[in-house]
Ligand binder design. Structure first.
Ligand code: MG
Ligand code: ZN
Length: 321
């Protein structure tokens, strides 16, 4: 947990035992024990019900509003969830949304040609299209403006196969309302992400993403994101991929070519990345016996040449909607 020790004073490494409570041992004796306040809701410890300040815990608002875990208990949860995933032969994969799995723009930024071609298709998907098969949708920003979202080619197959190898988490700089709308498009039956959808409101440092929010050990987490700069502390976990720009708005401004032409789908980044993920997964679990203590960051380094290939020559920092 290099990042945790870097980002917090050492006093945070221990629970705050300032409050205590009694538990019955054998019916007659009661023993005083200190409560480590592992989980806190609306300022009260869920174990001893004492009021607790925020100094020794971190908010996990994506799990439940006003919910916090002590740093120590969060580490314990990381250990447990990593062990549980390993038992299923899985690692953890953190996925960005915008320009990684999909592209969203406001409706007023569509060109007239895009409007003519895409609005009828998106309307059809909303009212009568086959569920789970369309890939362009009328969505909506958190400010209530109309927006349109195109899913990246191959994304459904990607998620289905990645889910077999990884516990999947979404981590976006988009807001919570937006992220939950996008997750619903990608995972309408809730098979992949469960409650693991981390949004802008959860970021502990403005403009940055951190694995502090992910309940798994850093040694077992991979990240897929088109923006490297938001992960300054986790470059070794990161597979940086070429950004997906479907709509012409934004792509010219950033000197990035649209990811596929208007006639056919050419973007194959997710298919290529899936092959790299399969290679990493195989090397981690199957290349040699005994996975105890293995670190996926070392495996990423081993396959670095493949990882570089999908970073793309034209990748440039994009940002969330
Ligand atoms: Mg992005
Ligand atoms: Zn307590």
């Amino acid at each position: 947990m290099a990042n945790l020790s870097k980002s917090k004073p050492t006093s945070f490494a221990r629970p705050n035992p300032s409050l205590s409570f009694s538990i019955a041992c054998d019916g007659t004796k009661r023993q005083k024990v200190e409560c480590p306040h592992p989980a806190i809701h609306e300022g009260k410890c869920l174990l001893c019900e004492s009021a607790v300040d925020d100094d020794h815990s971190v908010a996990f608002g994506f799990l439940h509003p006003s919910f916090r875990l002590s740093y120590v208990f969060a580490d314990k949860m990381r250990e447990l969830s990593t062990a549980a995933a390993l038992g299923l032969k899985k690692l953890h994969l953190v996925l960005d949304l915008d320009h990684t799995l999909l592209h969203t723009i406001r409706l007023f930024n569509l060109t007239p040609g895009e409007e003519d071609r895409l609005i009828p298709e998106a309307e059809w998907n909303a009212v009568g299209g086959p569920e789970g098969q369309g890939d362009v949708f009328l969505t909506g920003t958190e400010a209530g403006e109309g927006s349109i979202t195109k899913l990246r080619p191959f994304v459904r197959e990607f998620l289905r196969e990645a889910h077999e190898m990884f516990e999947l988490t979404v981590y976006t700089m988009g807001g919570r309302v937006y992220s939950s709308r996008m997750t619903k498009l990608l995972d309408p039956d809730g098979l992949y992400f469960s409650d693991r959808v981390i949004a802008r409101e959860d970021c502990t440092v403005r403009g940055r993403k951190s694995l502090d929010m992910v309940l798994a050990k850093e040694s077992n987490i991979l990240i897929m994101d088109d923006t490297e700069t938001v992960w300054p502390d986790h470059a070794a976990n990161l597979i940086a991929i070429e950004p997906f720009y479907f709509f012409s708005h934004g792509s010219k401004k950033r000197c990035v070519r649209p990811s596929f032409g208007h006639d056919g789908e050419q973007d194959c980044v997710l298919a290529t990345t899936l092959q790299v993920l399969k290679e990493i997964h195989w090397r981690y679990f199957d290349s040699e016996p005994g996975i105890k203590g293995r670190d996926v960051r070392e495996v990423v380094q081993q396959v670095q040449s493949q990882v570089r290939n999908i970073s793309g020559d034209q990748a440039s920092p994009g940002d969330a909607l």
